[in-house]
Design a protein around this ligand. Structure first.
Ligand code: 1CP
Length: 356
């Protein structure tokens, strides 16, 4: 059991807000945190990043990764801190070459077809990810009592897409062509990722992560049958494996772009919450999803850049429509570097000053 949940059990203090919402409780003021809340929109992050000597170095130096995780907590007092790392540390730990080009995003030595799978090996997984577990451990003692610690990983499809495309992609042509043309070979890669990701997340819980989120940022590019096979089934299997070791750890899934298939994710994946992307209609989500899972989301990150009246009324409308059931305020995707930090402060003001 993590140190912070022990504190909860031993004292009569109310449990942390995020844990209450994820347990299905409707709260007058919802907990709030933001995807990618540590990052380039914060001057203090840019300062730490400058001295870290490369992005992966920042992820793998526990002292620095702990510092950047805490920066948005100190500045804004979010209800949760998300471990500072990246979804691509898993391919790195499997032996694939991964690097981050300043201003260009992630780059990987691409896998061309299933023969390249021999380049991957899970044997050094935990050794290579040890600094991440140490960061989780440090964070679980460093965080304020009321702040929940979230661990995370990428979903197998999203991670596989970077491994095959060699970086970001517009149309996922290489990864999709592989999956359509050689489903058995592609399944081998997905299975390898299900296994590594489950082991990685279980270790994060053992190190002190109290909640897990799985990011399937590119799940919206598939027709329904492939969404079920390459996105829903692997995420459900990871949830099953994590919960068989740690039945009580809440899991949030983010199947971005899933559309109507959010209903199947909510009903079938065994998760405690789903994180809604910006396009999901709120009345539909409240009617079809919220009786089964806690909802998280879904402010457009660009509204947080724009600020002003539309931003404020959109925040109010999300609160109006989703506060009738268990709910966690968040964005519909990660915060962008152009976001003025004052707008984030304003967002917290609105959410917290308006009990519903
Ligand atoms: O230049 C820099 O400083 C690097 C920018 C950066 C940051 C701050 C990258 C490179 N990753 C991160 C941290 C990160 N990535 C976190 C940290 C914790 C927090 O939320 O504060 C998390 C949760 C991620 C997850 C992540 N990485 C996702 C899933 C979430 C999402 O936004 O969809 C994805 C797709 C990635 C890949 C990645 N790593 C970095 C970038 C710029 C990207 C996206 C590239 C793309 O759009 O294809």
């Amino acid at each position: 059991m993590s140190q912070s949940s022990r504190t909860d059990a031993e004292s009569a203090k109310p449990r942390k807000l995020l844990l209450r919402a994820l347990a299905g409780e409707r709260l007058p003021v919802p907990p709030i945190w933001l995807m990618r809340q540590a990052g380039r929109y914060l001057p203090e992050y840019r300062e730490t990043r400058k001295d870290a000597g490369g992005f992966l170095n920042l992820c793998f130096t526990p002292e620095l990764a702990t510092e950047v995780t805490l920066q948005p907590i100190r500045r804004f007092g979010f209800d949760a801190a998300i471990l500072f790392s990246d979804i691509l540390v898993v391919p790195h730990a499997l032996g694939q070459k991964v690097w981050f080009q300043e201003g260009e995003g992630p780059k990987l030595e691409a896998l061309a077809d299933s023969r390249d799978l021999t380049r991957l090996s899970p044997t050094a997984l935990h050794d290579k990810l040890e600094p991440v577990y140490e960061t989780v451990d440090r964070l679980s003692s460093a965080l304020p009592d009321e702040t929940t610690l979230i661990g995370f990983a990428g979903a197998p499809w999203t991670v596989a897409s970077y491994m095959i495309e060699g970086g970001s992609s517009k149309d996922f042509q290489k990864a999709k062509t592989w999956a359509y043309g050689d489903p058995e070979g592609f399944q081998t890669l997905i299975d390898l990722l299900v296994d590594a990701t489950s082991r990685y997340l279980i270790r994060q819980v053992q190190a002190g992560a109290e909640v897990l989120q799985i990011f399937d940022s590119w799940s919206g590019v598939w027709p329904e049958p492939q969404f079920r096979r390459w996105c829903l089934a692997p995420m459900a299997e990871i949830v099953r494996r994590v919960k068989s070791e740690h039945p009580k750890v809440p899991v949030i899934l983010f199947p971005r772009g899933a559309g109507l298939l959010y209903a199947d994710v909510a009903a079938e994946a065994g998760a405690d919450a789903v994180s809604l992307d910006t396009t999901v209609p709120l009345a539909w989500a409240a009617d079809h999803l919220q009786s089964q899972v806690t909802l998280q989301g879904n402010l457009d990150p660009i509204l947080l850049v724009a600020g002003g009246e539309t931003f404020e009324s959109s925040v109010e409308s999300i609160l109006d429509r989703l506060s009738g059931g268990p709910f966690v305020f968040n964005l519909g995707h990660g915060i962008v570097p152009q976001t003025p930090p004052e707008h984030v402060a304003k967002l917290l003001d609105i959410v917290r000053s308006r009990p519903s």
